[in-house]
Design a binder for this molecule. Sequence first.
Ligand SMILES: [Mg+2]
Length: 170
Amino acid sequence: MLERFVPTEAIERLSQIDLDALRARGVKTLLLDLDNTITPWRSLEVPEDMGAWLQAAKQSFRVCIVSNTSKMKRLETLKERLGIEGVGFASKPWGLKRVAAQMGLAPDETVVIGDQLITDVAGGNMIGARSILVKPVSRDEFFGTKFVRAAEAVIFWLLKRRGLFACPWR
Ligand SMILES: [Mg+2]
C-alpha cells in the first residue's frame, strides 16, 4: 500500500538529473510534471538551468509535460517556447495510464518526474515506470494542492518510519 509512494530516486532539482545515466538504463521517454517541477506555480518563467537541461534532454529522449493544470493557454505557451509535447488536464495519478497508452509508451523505457508523491510518484509507479521525486521549486501553490500536501506530509512521515523511504531534503 505505502510502497506505491516510494520513488525510484529522489533528486533535488530537475536540472540535476543525470541524462546519461537514464539513457544507459534504456530510458526513452521522460514525462515531466510542470508546476513546481519545471517552473514555479503559474509562472511562465523557466529557470535557466531547467531550460538548458530540457534542451539537452530533447536530444536523446521523447520529452512530454504531463500536468493536471487547467490553464491550457499557459501550457501551450510553454510547449511552444520549449519545443516539447505537453498534455494538460492529465488527472494524475490515474490519468497517467491513459496518457501512457495514448503515447504508446513502454513502461520500462519511461520515467515520470515530479514534485508530488501522490500525483507524480504514485502515477509513475502505477504505470510501472521509474519515478523521480524532485523538491518543489517554490512554496507557492494551488489552494487545492495545499490539502494534498498535508496528506503527503503524513505519507512522507510513514515512509520514513517504516524504513521505506527517507526524503533527503525533508
Ligand atoms: Mg507539481
